[in-house]
Design a protein around this ligand. Sequence first.
Ligand code: ADP
Ligand code: SF4
Length: 714
Amino acid sequence: MARGAGYWELDAGRARVAAPIAVKGRPMRNPIYDVLFEPVQIGPVTAPNRFYQVPHCTGMGYRYPQSEAAHRGVKAAGGWGVVSTQETEIHETSDLTPSNEARLWDDRDIPALRLMTDAVHEYGSLAAIQLAHNGLHSANRYSRRIPLAPSAVVVDSDDPVNARAMDKSDIASFRRWHVDAARRGKAAGFDIIYVYAGHDMTLLQHFLLQRHNHRTDEYGGSMQNRLRLFREVIADTRDAVGDTCAIAVRFAVEELLGAEGIRHDVEAREVIEALAEEPDLWDVNMSNWSNDSQTSRFAKEGYQEPYTEFVKSVTTKPVVGVGRYTSPDTMVRLIKQGKLDMIGAARPSIADPYLPKKISEGRLEEIRECIGCNICVSGDNTSVPFRCTQNPTAGEEWRRDWHPEIITAPKKTKPYLIIGGGPAGLEAARTLVKAGNDVIIAEASSQWGGRVTVESQLPGLAEWARVRDWRMWQLQQVQNAEMYLDSSLSADDILEYGIANVAIATGSHWRNDGAGRAHRRPLPFLQSDLVMSPDDAMHGGLKQDSGTGPIVIFDDDRFYLGSVLAEMAATTGRAVVFVTPSPIVAPWSTFTLEQHRIQNRLIALDVEIVPNTLLADMDGTQLSLACAYSGKTRQIDCGTFIPVTSRLPNDRLWTDLNARRTDWQDAGLERVTRIGDCYAPGLIAAAVYAGHKYAREAIGGGDTVLREDMNGNV
Ligand code: ADP
Ligand code: SF4
């Protein structure tokens, strides 16, 4: 194998950090970060530092309370001074089923949340609960209650359900429910109780917004009237629990809707000026959720700063803000410039629950930075426990007893051979070496990272390189990892090395025959001279293509790649046509909150979008398209055809090795395992997870157990 030189050649996605200083060989905190570790007084409670895990969904909530508690507890262990729940339904008229949010409908819900506060308090952090009534955002599918809203309007989902206008007794009931929930939150052990008006998801924000609030009484009309209920609920909450609990307000200061919504410099300023000193803390962000949790494809670290920076000039209370902050230098700047008092984080705390501790201990290079992909968000949006591309232990802290930092060394370490240096191979290798095993990892190409290296060079995806860079850095620090580039291994090679445990992580490739979801079998009419596979397109094929006619992308994958290739294709100056069997571009990206941005971007690039359409025939440069409903066909010109349909595993090595199974024993081969895309192509998150799971099971000597976690267990 050729020793790969300079395997740390690419670090485009990594945020810059000040160098740690070393004392007697061990890094310690650079004093410039000391400011991040100052305690912060929040009403009657004190946060131990400025790291604040703001409320975020996990897809676990009331249905998986042990998992929820373990996940939050790990954040406290990792140094987050405040750890919050996700939104917590306060009443059955705010029923988000089938989503797995937190729930405090009555006293029976307290024990599940007590699990979390106990887990958080164990490490000296504060626990916060985000009380929520979702108003016209909840169709109440489970409780069957009629949704409540400021005015009689249809709910904001596609459910054929209308909300009714709240009368004065409904308003009184809502205030009582909120007080009851606050008391229950206190009884569950929470230190900070939220009043929540954000994300276009809560009754209190619905009252603030003219587009939802058409009332003519003292709760409608002027802004002073529209914020009346907000003010009342803050006061109610303080009266109920403010003696020992801090009252936090979560408020959306910008909706990016112009005069139709809340503008940071107009309505938001008016609201905060009016209520400035009423809560103990302002947690401010953008609305709706897709604006708040923008992906790295569309927004860089700190994207909320222009909208939230004014808040501190209007209130003396501590202010928390978010913006996918992973750079400690940026965090210090925000504090020093008086833009925030506490660094809020959801995704950075998921990708690295130990981010604060690593800064505190001068281990900055060990921070596992969020890549801004929103795969975590897709968990909540599909009502399952979430996963994280960077942190394979997220959501598995209780279910599989995986800790993000601790991997127990086996009694006896073993050597491993890993073939393929993509996300699966790198994660398997770094986990195995962390547990003390010797690992050889061989990569066929001249660069590490597999698909993340290729995809991170596509428009908008640079931060995805962090998946590779963090793992490479880890592997670079140890003596027990041997890494070889330009080393395409064959079955002969593997048998010759005779290493007992082998993981094959050789990835996958895109099909170029049209087979996928819509067309289950290959399309014989596709003409090879016009077809360019997505792999070729990504490897420079699009730039080198000498064709002149339109570039037609047929996207049956339905996530991000088709649209990213369309963006690339648009830079060639040729006409681009995006054909998809789906009614919208990239429908799965709805779950990552990107769909409307993706479709907008293609429209802005003059890409012609052809939805609800299948392929019927190809004759010369004429591509025949068929309506997915009627079958009616039409012809379009096609100069280059890129089918983004599905992938096949690169399992040749596996097949070759299995054909030589009788030689294994003599060669000393015991266990060969396929991991990641070469087992079954999927998300990058799934490949990282597969690498991690392989290593955990190899170290532990057997399959990891998936524990059931339903609320009956509490
Ligand atoms: P995954 O997402 O499962 O990690 P990737 O496709 O990202 O998969 O990475 C697989 C890596 O395996 C690629 O970098 C590829 O070059 C490498 N590879 C494929 N076949 C071999 C082989 N026979 N020997 C060594 N490396 C290989
Ligand atoms: Fe960040 Fe992606 Fe992990 Fe979410 S899934 S925390 S966006 S790396």
